[in-house]
Design a protein around this ligand. Structure first.
Ligand code: SF4
Length: 293
């Protein structure tokens, strides 16, 4: 079983990003976000454990990749999930990827990424970090992402990375109807991202699967009926997930796009069909912010 494999978004035509590779140092993730989709295909999804023989496999796989390959960390976990503080596997993997001349895309909710700022800054243009911030409201964040670091700590990480010259994007992802979709909540995140020095703002709406929907309505019982109506009665089934109605999604994403562009941020959507909303020449995975191979 390889550690690095071509990234496959389940052949989803709503993913227009260029081809890349994916690498998950861990199986599962300890941040336990209510909306997380990994619990639909990973057993014990919120009990993170290191991949077996990870470093040996990464060394082997890296040698087979074309020069300057783009590797995404991680799409089925957070590369800075809690055990990483002690195990330092992501740190080792980052060094191996960059020393081998490849490029890396990181998505995280953890300021632990700052521990590796020395490695990231050593290879200018070969690493992009996207930090997910869904709300600035600590109480809402605690219900949405019970074991993830506070939004303020994530934004501080974004600021310090940007100051160190690492290109940073902020992912307002997902936008959950009735939970973090008010204009005030959205603009607070967009403004904080711009103030932190982010270059890109990525937004997308919550996609429901039975297991994450059950967690969501348990965490937010006061909006359960409205969410059920929006997703299961009026929404659509697209590529294995329930989406909110297109008119809702278009409206909220257009709103965020206007806010992002007013602050000079590039804007991209993720797995939504409104490609015209994307800033031309940019991608939601941030790969356009990498230096060309
Ligand atoms: S940080 Fe990402 S992978 Fe981890 S639980 Fe949250 S959504 Fe899932």
């Amino acid at each position: 079983m390889p550690a690095i494999a071509p990234f496959d978004p389940w052949r989803n035509p709503l993913c227009p990003c260029p081809p890349k590779y994916g690498l998950n140092p861990y199986t599962g993730c300890g941040h336990s976000c209510t909306y997380c989709y990994i619990s639909s295909y990973i057993p014990r999804a919120f009990q993170p454990r290191p991949k077996e023989d990870l470093l040996e496999k990464v060394r082997r796989d890296l040698g087979k990749l074309p020069p300057g390959s783009v590797i995404s960390l991680s799409n089925s976990s957070d590369p800075y999930t809690p055990p990483e503080a002690e195990l330092r596997l992501t740190r080792r993997v980052l060094s191996l990827i960059l020393e081998a001349g490849h490029r890396v895309l990181i998505v995280t909710k953890s300021p632990l990424v700052l521990r590796d700022i020395d490695i990231l800054a050593k290879y200018p243009g070969r690493a992009v970090v996207q930090i997910t911030v869904t709300t600035l409201d600590g109480a809402v964040a605690e219900r949405l992402e019970p074991h993830a670091p506070r939004p303020s700590a994530r934004l501080e990480a974004a600021r310090r990375l940007a100051e160190a010259g690492v290109p940073v994007g902020v992912r307002l992802d997902p936008i959950v109807p009735y939970v973090n979709d008010s204009a005030g909540s959205l603009s607070a995140v967009v403004d904080a991202a711009a103030d932190a020095g982010a270059r890109q703002l990525v937004a997308s709406t919550y996609k429901a699967k039975p297991d994450n929907f059950a967690r969501l309505v348990k965490a937010f019982p006061e909006v359960a009926d409205r969410l059920r109506e929006l997703y299961w009665a009026r929404g659509a089934y697209l590529h294995g997930q329930r989406y909110a109605p297109a008119e809702y999604r278009r409206r909220v994403l257009e709103l965020v796009k206007g806010m992002a562009e007013a602050r000079g941020l590039q804007f991209d959507i993720c797995r939504e069909e409104f490609f015209d909303l994307n800033t031309p020449g940019t991608y939601c995975d941030g790969s356009h912010l990498l230096r060309r191979a």
